[in-house]
Design a protein around this ligand. Structure first.
Ligand code: ADP
Length: 490
């Protein structure tokens, strides 16, 4: 048997050279005769089992009988569990008797192969881990990262991260310093910082919510050598959580609204109606009562019932407005009859407090207008009843003027002026906000809900106008509504 495709070693050089080769600790040397029996083997070969050596000879035999090529014979021996990796190269040794011996030189790459395999597996894991991973040295310069991270910071490969500082990544300065502060904390305390949420602003301006962990890295001598950072993008999860929360809150709000509506409905039927009965019957009783003391009591009952009725009315009123239940009317009406109604309703209250209630409607105010008389009446009622409530002596006057008139529209200025307690200048704006009061009911002086002026403002605006106030503490107040009304065609 002769291998033409193995380099030939001259017989004169062979003997001493082979002996020397066999001494080399790392090199496996097998000297085979013509029949592939082992004639000599190096010390290094003793590290391998008989089966491994048999398999080497078998591989070489197959290579010898394989179709001839010009390349020298090389082959690799790998064991069943792939922990062995021997690379062989064969030389032919022609003998004096004309036969051929073979010298097989094997290098053991098992360790390097093992490392490479482990490296490959680690790299593969890093690539497939669903998150962003980076690690830094002691000076907090980046030394490695996975593909996700490299891609996020705009690098072509993970290798390009090596040696970069945080300042070279596409984060703005504030973020960079925030990230670094955490790194320093982990480095100096030696304690991991696990699962904390943070916001990351991307270069394109979008924001992501991250779940981040940072842990110190230690070498085999337990010396700290840097930090490992990992994060996952939980923006979608957060959005879903937020939506679920919003849905829950919407459900609660709807339930609360339903309960409120039911409460208001009950208030209408169960409180306002019997209250009306109490007020009416007490009034009748007081008319028949000759005893002054008892008449006084009955008078107090009537007054209290009316106060409660006003309270109920404004809440019911507000709830109807809030629910958009009051349609905007566009009907012909007489402004003077609206004023008459307001004066009729409010006169008893003014008389009871000894106030003079005056009203004046300028001649230039058209008799009939088109618009929403219900809203207008409510505006005037709220302003006049407030004026009476907050005035203890003097007068309350209601004044209507037409300040401008075009072919189709008349601009009416409606002024309610009083000589009451007045309103401090810094409260002029807030009194128009619902539920805001300068003198809360619990201060004991003036009852009320804080809804009246809110309704006035809303109605005035719905009618295309506005309401303003001028007032000085202790000197009275003037509320002016400027509202346009369509002139009714005669
Ligand atoms: P309420 O009268 O029910 O308290 P309003 O919304 O009508 O609620 O008024 C809000 C607040 O504005 C009142 O509590 C009061 O402090 C102040 N206010 C309104 N009108 C007058 C007025 N004519 N004189 C003095 N203060 C007033």
């Amino acid at each position: 048997m002769q291998a033409h495709n193995t380099p030939i070693l001259h017989p004169n050089a062979a003997s001493t050279w082979i002996n020397q080769l066999c001494m080399l600790k790392q090199l496996c040397v097998l000297l085979l005769d013509e029949k592939l029996n082992i004639r000599m083997s190096s010390n290094a070969c003793q590290a391998y089992t008989r089966d491994v050596i048999a398999s080497v000879i078998k591989q070489f035999a197959q290579a010898l009988t394989a179709p001839h090529t010009n390349k020298p014979i090389t082959f690799t021996t790998i064991d069943d569990n792939e922990s062995l990796f021997l690379e062989w190269e064969a030389l032919s040794l022609p003998q004096d008797d004309g036969s051929m011996h073979y010298l097989l030189l094997g290098t053991d790459d098992s360790h390097a192969q093992k490392l490479e395999k482990e490296n490959h597996t680690l790299n593969y894991i890093l690539t497939k881990v669903p998150g962003f991973i980076f690690w830094k040295d002691k000076k907090l310069n980046l030394i490695g990262c996975n593909e996700n991270f490299a891609c996020q910071v705009g690098l072509d490969s993970t290798k390009a991260i090596s040696g970069k500082s945080n300042y070279e990544l596409p984060w703005d300065l504030a973020q960079t310093e925030r990230f670094l502060r955490d790194d320093i904390e982990v480095m100096t305390t030696g304690q991991p910082k696990l699962n904390f949420e943070e916001i990351q602003r991307q270069a394109d301006g979008t924001q992501a919510t991250l779940l981040t962990s940072k842990v110190p890295i230690y070498d085999i001598h337990n010396r700290s050598t840097g930090i490992l950072g990992m994060y996952v993008d939980i923006t979608d999860q957060k959005t879903i959580e937020l939506l679920q929360q919003l849905r829950k809150e919407k459900k609660y709000a709807e339930l609360a609204d339903q309960l409120k509506t039911e409460f208001i409905r009950n208030m209408e039927h169960d409180i306002r109606t019997p209250l009306g009965g109490i007020a009416g019957l007490a009034t009748i009783l007081s008319m028949d009562e000759s005893d002054i003391k008892r008449r006084g009591y009955l008078h107090d009952i009537v007054e209290s019932a009316h106060e409660l009725l006003t309270y109920c009315n404004s809440i019911i009123n507000y709830s109807q407005i809030a629910q958009g239940k009051l349609p905007l009317l566009s009907e012909n009406f007489s402004i003077r009859s609206v004023i008459d109604k307001v004066i009729t309703i409010e006169t008893p209250a003014a008389h009871m407090k000894g106030l003079l209630l005056q009203f004046e409607c300028d001649e230039n105010v058209p008799n009939t207008l088109t618009g929403d008389p219900r809203r207008l009446q409510q505006i005037l009622l709220n302003l006049v009843s407030n004026a009476i409530k907050f005035t203890h002596q003097g007068h309350v006057s209601l004044n209507i003027q037409c300040v401008e008139q075009s072919q189709h529209v008349a601009y009416l200025s409606m002024t309610v002026q009083d000589t009451g307690i007045g309103i401090p200048a810094d409260k002029h704006e807030m009194i128009f906000e619902k539920f805001n009061r300068v003198n809360p009911a619990n201060s004991g002086c003036y009852s009320g809900t804080g809804l009246g002026l809110g309704i006035v403002k809303q109605f005035a605006e719905e009618l295309g106008g506005n309401v303003t106030v001028t007032s000085e503490l202790g000197k009275g107040s003037t509320f002016t509504c400027l509202i346009p009304f369509i002139l009714t065609k005669e």
